[in-house]
Design a protein around this ligand. Structure first.
Ligand SMILES: Nc1nc2c(ncn2[C@@H]2O[C@H](COP(=O)(O)OP(=O)(O)OP(=O)(O)O)[C@@H](O)[C@H]2O)c(=O)[nH]1
Ligand SMILES: [Mg+2]
Length: 321
């Protein structure tokens, strides 16, 4: 059934309603609003918060070129075979690594383009208040509130920020390649910490079993939790191992739901988000103050040594209140 043509200039609430009804152009507009940030994005956040919470979010991360997108595409195929509906967000971290990657993603992900139970979107977040750190949870929340039961977030695990974003998923999958065990990687410890499931992708290459063993040893050295991250193998290009990966994701979801870990994580996550929003809002205020006319006047007084920097800062804060 084709949804009725929505009025794309309608207010945010009816735009959301249209998106919920399956209108793809309305959904695309909503996601662009999230990307751009500012008051419209905040309005979306306010409108969707109460309705969100039913979706299970899956983060997929790993080094550039590890095969995340290829494997993700195979995973989408498995999920579809099992009649699951899912949304995929490919995050463009605006890093030098991402240059052609998103285009690559689109090409591979195009296998699923005409399926109305799959939504795939790459997201760049330049200009958003708080950048990726705030845009990603908002995007996930909107998709959740719109009724997508699974939201998969793919991002390159190169830096701390990217790792934190994807590590904030309900289930985090870390994709590595044969040889990862003995490679020197800046972010290895960070990836070890966030992984709920490990996948050694490119298992058609030598060194796969050694890498599985190395990861097992690294895990044994870390503090035991009540979930023991499974170490799987896959060949993204053939889809081998994708069904087992989906099973592992479902097993982690069931386990963390039953143990209360899921609720605890979600509570901690929204607290972190509040913290980030506060920091970003205050940073924005600081920029406004620094660029304002009062700051210019005080800088001159400062230069003439009529005022000390602490007094100048206090004067600016008093004036801004
Ligand atoms: N041999 C082999 N090649 C693979 C496998 N999985 C993916 N590739 C290839 O690895 C390359 C990178 O795959 P992508 O899926 O783009 O990797 P990615 O992790 O999404 O890369 P970025 O998004 O750029 O970080 C592509 O040429 C894939 O065809 C695999 O299991 N075996
Ligand atoms: Mg990719």
């Amino acid at each position: 059934m084709t949804p009725p043509e929505a009025d794309l200039s309608a207010d945010t609430a009816s735009l959301l309603e249209a998106a919920r009804g399956g209108h793809r152009r309305a959904l695309a507009r909503v996601m662009s609003m999230v990307e751009r940030g500012g008051p419209p994005a905040r309005e979306l956040g306010a409108l969707t918060f109460a309705q969100a919470g039913a979706a299970h979010t899956v983060g997929i991360t790993g080094a550039p070129g590890a095969g995340k997108s290829t494997l993700n595409s195979a995973l989408v195929a498995v999920a579809r075979e099992r009649a699951e509906r899912l949304a995929v967000l490919a995050i463009d971290p605006s890093s030098p690594f991402s240059g052609g990657a998103i285009l690559g993603d689109r090409v591979r992900m195009s296998d699923h383009t005409f399926d109305e139970d799959v939504y795939i979107r790459s997201m760049a977040t330049r200009g958003h208040l708080g950048g990726l750190t705030l845009a990603t949870p908002l995007a996930v929340r909107v998709l959740d509130a719109l009724g997508w039961p699974w939201v998969v977030i793919e991002t390159v695990g190169v830096g701390q920020v990217e790792t934190e974003i994807v590590g904030a998923a309900d289930t985090t999958v870390v994709v590595v390649n044969p040889g990862w065990g003995d490679s020197v990687q800046a972010n290895k410890a960070g990836l070890m910490e966030i992984a709920d499931v490990f996948v050694v992708n490119k298992a058609d290459r030598p060194g796969t079993s050694e890498t599985c063993r190395d990861i097992r040893q690294m895990l044994d050295l870390s503090a035991p939790g009540d979930w023991d991250p499974p170490i799987l193998t896959s060949v993204g290009t053939t889809g081998e191992g994708a069904a087992e990966l989906w099973d592992a994701i479902c097993a982690h979801r069931d386990h963390s739901t039953a143990s209360g870990e899921l609720d605890a994580r979600r509570a901690a996550r929204v607290e972190t988000e509040l913290d980030e929003i506060l920091r970003a809002s205050i940073a924005e205020r600081v920029s406004t103050i620094v660029e304002g006319p009062a700051a210019e006047r005080l800088r001159r007084q400062l230069a003439r040594r009529e005022l000390d920097p602490y007094a100048a800062a206090q004067a600016l804060l008093d004036e801004a209140d």
